[in-house]
Design a protein around this ligand. Structure first.
Ligand code: PMP
Length: 395
């Protein structure tokens, strides 16, 4: 007899995912995340990581992590409001506040946690959250956890945003506009100056998630607020420490009072143990490296321009990307997967991205060029993409 514990309902759902090309498989890397890595015993050029600057296996970060372990141990012990901050947590937050040119910063265990904790803490019943329709899942979930009303505006459509602001002015206690700084699956940059202007016109607060702009855009990778010179005009700036910074963690930068409130009401901060010292030590080293020199961000942008230039000539649909994120949009999910599989067979690892990460019918592979790639590797990738693209009638 069938039992509920056989999880038949999940098996059925998984079969449906498989039939529609939406089932995900996760590969295993035999070693560090580098521009070249070993997967299933095969050496492949890696275009799937967010390790923009090649920091995740950098000797300086590893040394800083080891030193932090020796000084502070392997774990943080408990949630910070109970066991206290370790000095190294304070140091990272002070450094990030200086880097972001904001009054204060609070670090969470991940960028996801940061959005999940911050949005619900700074909005309440009677407020309205206005979110770009392509915002990251952690923003969507953060908004879901809030008691505020929620609505979305068409992607980067300032007329639609203004329509919503106009219609809702004086109907809510407060309005909060939320946008990704750089859209993670398309690589386009938010129209932050216009968003800030509209927010100021209609008295709304602003919130930008700089996960893919930290370490990438602005002076020394300070993010979109710096890139557009909007210091002091964005209320909440989120960053991750997991992508260009190469480690793990997320943070919110803003006014001291905001950080004070999040220490008291940011649930992941209150109820989940802090980042381990090794991660914090490595993050401090990474931020110091960014402040010391633009060597890595320059190399990232050079590589991105080089790769995009070559790929663009082949006729792939690379969307509206303005940053190193380079999607090749294929549409059909199964075809996107097939493209990725064939590239892998020829030595290029570039993951397929399908619903729910991107809207249905916009399946793609997302090429992430990093500072760690060589021109030789990028040439090889482009040649293989041309070959497979032609085989599959994509170009
Ligand atoms: N925000 C955006 C825009 C992201 O792309 C991501 C990562 N995919 C996150 C937040 C979550 O960051 P983390 O991986 O540090 O949890």
């Amino acid at each position: 007899m069938k039992s509920i514990h056989d999880m038949e309902f999940l098996k059925e759902k998984i079969n449906q995912l498989k039939e529609s090309g939406l089932y995900k498989e996760v590969v295993t890397l035999e070693g560090p995340n580098e521009s070249e890595c070993i997967i299933n015993g095969k050496k492949v050029i890696n275009l799937s990581s967010n390790n923009y600057l090649g920091f995740s296996n950098h000797p300086r970060l590893k040394k800083a992590a080891i030193e932090a372990v020796e000084k502070y141990g392997a774990g943080a012990g408990a949630v910070r409001p109970i066991v206290g901050n370790m000095r190294i947590h304070d140091e990272l937050e002070e450094l990030l506040a200086k880097f972001k040119r904001e009054e204060a910063v609070l670090v969470f265990q991940s960028g996801f946690n940061c959005n999940a904790g911050t949005i619900q803490a700074v909005t309440e019943d009677g407020d309205l959250i206005i979110s770009d329709e392509l915002n990251h899942a952690s923003i969507i979930d953060g908004a879901r956890l809030s008691k505020a009303k929620k609505t979305t505006f068409k992607h980067s459509d300032m007329e639609d945003l203004e329509r919503i602001l106009k219609e809702n002015k004086n109907k809510h206690n407060r309005m909060l506009i939320i946008t990704d700084g750089v859209f993670s699956m398309d690589g386009d940059i938010a129209k932050l100056p216009q968003i800030v202007e509209l927010a100021e016109k209609y008295g709304a607060m602003t919130y930008v998630d700089d996960a893919h702009s930290s370490g990438v855009l602005g002076e020394s990778g300070r993010g979109t607020v710096d890139y557009f010179d909007l210091h002091g005009r964005v209320d909440f700036t989120i960053g991750t420490l997991s992508k260009a910074i190469g480690v793990v963690g997320g943070y919110v930068a803003g006014k001291k009072v905001t950080i004070d409130w999040l220490i008291n009401r940011g649930r992941p901060f209150l109820f989940s143990t802090a980042l381990p010292p090794a991660a914090v030590g490595a993050c401090i080293e990474a931020i110091n490296m960014l402040m010391e020199s633009t060597e890595y961000t320059d190399r990232l942008w050079n590589n991105a321009k080089y790769f995009k230039g070559k790929l663009g000539k082949l006729g792939f649909n690379t969307g509206q990307s303005e940053t190193p994120i380079t999607p090749i949009i294929i549409g059909d999910e199964s075809k996107a997967k097939e493209f990725s599989n064939r590239l892998f067979e020829k030595g290029v690892f570039v993951s397929p991205i399908v619903f729910p990460t991107v809207p249905k019918g916009t399946g793609r592979v997302r090429c992430m060029v990093t500072a760690g790639h060589s021109y030789e590797q990028l040439d090889k990738v482009v040649n293989i993409m041309e070959e497979v693209g032609k085989e599959m009638n994509i170009i």
